[in-house]
Ligand binder design. Structure first.
Ligand SMILES: [Zn+2]
Length: 261
């Protein structure tokens, strides 16, 4: 690995089946030492006022309409701020909420910069594992993402479930079932194992690949690899994620680039 890079991992209530130790071990195995900083909010050691401000900021960057980019001037609703504070403290789930990824990144950048100003620069990589579902606005609407490169890099356990597409025929059959007013739960059972589910034990094996994508981006400036067998490949389908990201092997070219040979 290129010298002088330090990788820090934080968690912001990712889904319960994500074992950060497994992720850390896997990245260590590949030759990239990781320092686990535990719970992000505990690490930031915010005051009560700081937590309220963070709740205010995060609630204002939720996406009410996926066809309109969030400009952060969404007036935060008092109840929603209270809920957001609960989510920050792990007392309420972020399920069903959708956030603008770049705004979350800016908000958390500011929070980290206040806490560890001397570590917000080249050579320091910050990875935050979160359950918050976030997206980026492209082609006239928001698309959910698993990973957002940058400082800090965000990796979403909900994004892993929601962003990569399920098999095409799954959507077709689901549409037909809904049209005819039938139960769709049987369909999920039929397709079990062909996509990642919430609280799927595979999550711990898959996410090291996304962590490595974020690390690779910081070191080389390349977001993704073109090789469909490389774990830095930008998989659009759940079935590819379950194969390529699950296996978690970077191609030789990527390994050399990241290691800086
Ligand atoms: Zn590669």
């Amino acid at each position: 690995m290129k010298k002088n890079f330090r990788i820090f991992v934080y968690s912001d209530y990712p889904c319960a089946s994500l074992n950060i130790d497994v992720v850390q071990e896997r990245i260590n195995e590949l030759g990239f030492p990781v320092e686990d900083r535990g719970n992000l909010i505990d690490f930031l050691s915010l005051s009560e006022q700081g937590i309220y401000k963070l709740g205010q900021d995060l609630s204002s960057v939720q996406i009410p309409d996926i066809s309109i980019p969030v400009d952060s001037t969404n007036p935060p609703d008092r109840n929603e701020i209270a809920s957001e504070v609960n989510r920050i403290l792990g007392r309420e789930s972020a399920a069903g909420k959708f956030y603008d990824g770049f705004w979350i990144q800016r908000i958390l950048y500011r929070a980290l910069a206040e806490k560890v100003a001397d570590e917000i620069k080249s050579g320091f990589i910050h990875l935050i594992f979160t359950s918050r579902l976030f997206g980026t606005f492209e082609n006239r609407r928001y698309h959910a993402r698993v990973v957002l490169m940058g400082t800090p890099a965000l990796i979403s356990t909900s994004g892993l479930v929601e962003a990569p597409a399920k098999p095409k025929e799954y959507y077709y059959i689901k549409g037909r079932l809904i049209q005819t007013g039938r139960d769709v739960s049987e369909l999920d059972r039929m397709y079990k194992g062909r996509f990642v589910e919430y609280d799927d034990p595979n999550i711990s094996s898959i996410l090291p690949s996304y962590a490595l994508q974020a690390v690779g981006y910081e070191i080389t400036g390349n977001a993704f690899c073109e090789d469909p067998d490389c774990c830095l490949f930008n998989s659009h389908w759940q079935e590819d994620v379950l194969k390529v990201q699950y296996n978690g092997n970077p191609c030789e070219k990527c390994m050399e680039l990241i290691r800086g040979k």
